[in-house]
Design a protein around this ligand. Structure first.
Ligand code: 5RP
Length: 258
């Protein structure tokens, strides 16, 4: 597990160092969970998979460089409440997307990445904000560990495509998915008996299983079909959005670019 954390850290540092310079002013930060002391790797043993644990290291590196170099970062745009807190604690300038609708570069993790850098995101349920920030970014950079690198979406991430839905229609949407030969499960909170997981926007999440996500066309088609169902707010399929993926390996990092 330590190797995986070190891999994430290496990939994150490489991504920040290659994509942030004096010309970078507005940065998107995708994190949904973090620990109190990002500089102490030992405490990171508590970070769970699918929680945005990778991008914590991006903030760690960004904060180091912000303090020691003459960077011109004017705003960091968070994708969740937790990202907001981390940006503040790291001493980075916080701002909202509407104030800075064009982002120079956004950094985010992923649950799975295919060879075209299409991704499944939303293991932590923040894919709506994450997609809004990614779509506003001139460059969208994914940082992940070796477990996320996959030949086809759905191969390694077997928990389904996270789909954020309007609460009043979740059963209708589940029925519609059945007619499309898919399956879905309402994501429950923790503990499950407390009820369903609720997103930052007050919606519910369906984890959706559709067959065949192999190849760009299949991924795009699935994303479009799901998006067309009334009540679907956003899916965790990020198609053609990422331009770079930094995958941390046990012994270093590799760099991929479309
Ligand atoms: C949350 C996400 C995360 O980026 C994804 O779950 C990756 O998390 P981690 O870096 O902890 O593996 O999409 O909605």
């Amino acid at each position: 597990y330590l190797n995986k954390l070190l891999a994430k850290r290496k990939a994150s540092y490489a991504a920040i160092d290659e994509h942030v310079d004096e010309s970078t002013q507005i940065i998107g930060i995708g994190i949904i969970m973090y620990l109190q002391n990002p500089s102490d790797i030992t405490v990171k043993f508590n970070v769970k998979k699918g929680s945005g644990s990778t991008v914590i290291f991006c903030v760690e590196r960004l904060a180091q460089r912000f303090k020691s170099e003459s960077l011109n970062i004017r705003a960091c745009i968070p994708t969740s409440f937790q990202a907001t807190q981390l940006i503040l604690e790291a001493g980075l300038p916080l701002a909202e997307l509407n104030a800075h609708p064009v982002i120079d570069v956004a950094f985010d993790g992923a649950d799975e990445i295919d060879p075209s850098l299409n991704c499944i995101k939303g293991g932590g349920g923040c894919h709506l904000q994450e997609k809004l920030v990614a779509a506003a970014a001139k460059k969208f950079v994914i940082v992940a560990d070796y477990n996320k690198d996959s030949p086809a979406l759905g191969t390694k991430w077997t928990k389904g495509i996270p789909v954020e839905v309007i609460p009043m229609a979740y059963v209708t949407i589940q029925n519609k998915i059945k007619t499309l030969k898919g399956k879905s499960a309402l994501r429950m909170g923790a503990p499950a008996k407390a009820g369903p997981a609720v997103t930052d926007s007050g919606n519910l999440i369906l984890d959706v299983f559709m067959s065949n996500l192999k190849g760009d066309n299949a991924v795009l088609e699935t994303s479009q079909i799901l998006k067309m169902i009334p009540g679907v707010v956003e899916t965790g399929l990020f198609v053609g959005m990422a331009g770079w993926a930094y995958i941390g390996l046990e012994d270093g990092w590799v760099f991929n670019q479309i």
